[in-house]
Each structure stands twice: as C-alpha cells, then as structure tokens.
Design a protein around this ligand. Sequence first.
Ligand code: ATR
Length: 292
Amino acid sequence: MTDRYAVIGNPISHSKSPLIHAQFARQTGQDLSYEAISAPLNGFRDTVLALRDEGCRGMNVTVPFKFEAFQLATQLTVRAQAAQAVNTLKFDGTEIIGDNTDGAGLVADIEHNLGFIFQGKRVLLMGAGGAAYGVALPLLNAGAIITVANRTEDKAYQLAALFSAHGPIQGSSYIALAGSQFDCVINATSSSLADSLPPLPRGESAFSLSSPNLPFSIEENPKYGGIFAPNALAYDMMYGKETPFLIFAKEQAAARLADGLGMLVEQAAESFFLWRNIRPDTAPVIAKLRLI
Ligand code: ATR
C-alpha cells in the first residue's frame, strides 16, 4: 500500500517539497505519496491529527507552524529540543515524534556539496529567530566557532547563552563586528524576504580594491575585505533570487556565494531518512531544481 506523507504550512502553494520527495521516492523505489496541505492559521493541531487518523505516516512542517509542531510532538529528538522548533513529524502508533532537520541540512549542504568544512572555522550567524535556533547546535557539533549577531542585540546574547554549553558561541551587535573577520557568514534572518540587508559593517568595496591605484591585494590586506576573511563563504538560507546579502558579499569580495536551495533539499533528505531509513542522492535533485 502506498504510504502517505505531506508538508503542512500556510501559505503552502509555493512549496518545492512535493517535487523533492517525489524525486526521492522515484530514485529509491519507495512506494509513497507526498502532498502539500494548507492548514488554517488556527487549525494546525486539528489538521495534523485528522491526517494522522486517515493514515498519514509523517509530515514536514513549515512556516508558521514549526513551534506548534514542537508543542504537539510527544517525543522530541535532541536537535528538535535545541531548536525549540519541529520541521518533521513521524507518526508511530500514538506517539508523535518531532525532529528538526534544518541544521543538519545546512551543514550537509555546506560541507558535502560546497566542500567547506566547519571544524575550527569562524562562523558569523546572522539572526536570532527560529531559523538561527534551528542551525546553532548542528553548526557547533560540526566544530564551528560561532558569533551570532542580531538587530535586537539581546536576542543574540540569549541564543548564545542557551547554546554555550555545546561549544564556542558568543553574541554580538552588528556594529561590534567591525574589525572582525569570518570564514563563513550565514544569513539566517528574514531580511531577504523584505529585500533588505542586515546592517553589516562594510570594508572597502571590491570595486575600489580592483583599482590600479591600490598598492596591495585583498590577500595581503584582508581587512579591506570587511567581515569576509580570504576564501570566505557567504551563505543565504533563502533561495530563488540573488538576495541583497549575496550582492553585498560579492561587492565585499567574499570568495564564494551560495543560496539555500541545497539546504532545502538536504533537510528534505534528512526527513526522508527519518521516515524511510534510506538516504536519497541529493545531487541530481538539487541540479534539477536549479533548472526550474
Ligand atoms: P525566522 O523563523 O525566519 O528566523 P523570526 O523568528 O521572525 O523568523 O526571526 C527573524 C529574524 O530575522 C530575527 O533575528 C530578526 O531580527 P530582530 O530579532 O532584530 O527582529 C531578523 N531580521 C529580520 N529582518 C531583518 C533586517 N532587515 N536586518 C536584520 N535582521 C533582520
């Protein structure tokens, strides 16, 4: 019998998850269906329980229900507890298992797909909302040395305090970042949705760096690259367009730029693994989505 899965959110019509999981199922020969379900804003719990009672085996959960899913779960994985948010539910008898695969998806994309290894690297995590909470523990577990910066400074300190038992992490304002450099800068704010940019300190622009009048190169004078260390990776969790942050990073001479499409596919693969105990091959799925 075909096993039923779904992604639930509001709005949900834009979701690429059905496309991704259909490809995973085809690739691995798993007999499953996967649909997008829009729940009323005040009806998350009832919608989930009704689907479960109809035989649904598991769900992905997206905006704005990740915290409600966290509350609904009867069992939580360590990473879901740390994130205080759930993006994956698995129904097992009367148990509702809640997991969070966002951070694992981010780390898998950056380490396996982009070849950037976090161990011992200076990482600037921008934002202290749900997206940042979701990735902090997996980043620390991968060996990153994290500075978390947030517009509302106190939230950066709170996030850092919560995770400090797991590894090196400190809070910061944006202004205090001036003079510091990072090997990887991750945009976990929702600024890209509003077409805006977190207030990052600027170094000399790449344009002026390429000026023939400059007596040095970026490599010799890295502070002219602003917050980006030589060979730095700039990563925006958003995908589908060139965001103001990625434009800023290019202008500030970041060596590598990446959007969050790989993270989207990797977090889906991690959910698929939780449900089916099989790891799909993500590379062809990422490549296909790039063409759409
Ligand atoms: P999400 O679940 O996407 O993380 P959220 O919990 O509402 O959404 O958090 C949004 C994050 O983006 C917050 O860290 C927010 O900063 P504040 O706490 O100061 O509000 C951050 N953010 C949103 N727009 C921003 C902008 N233009 N510049 C900097 N940070 C921004």
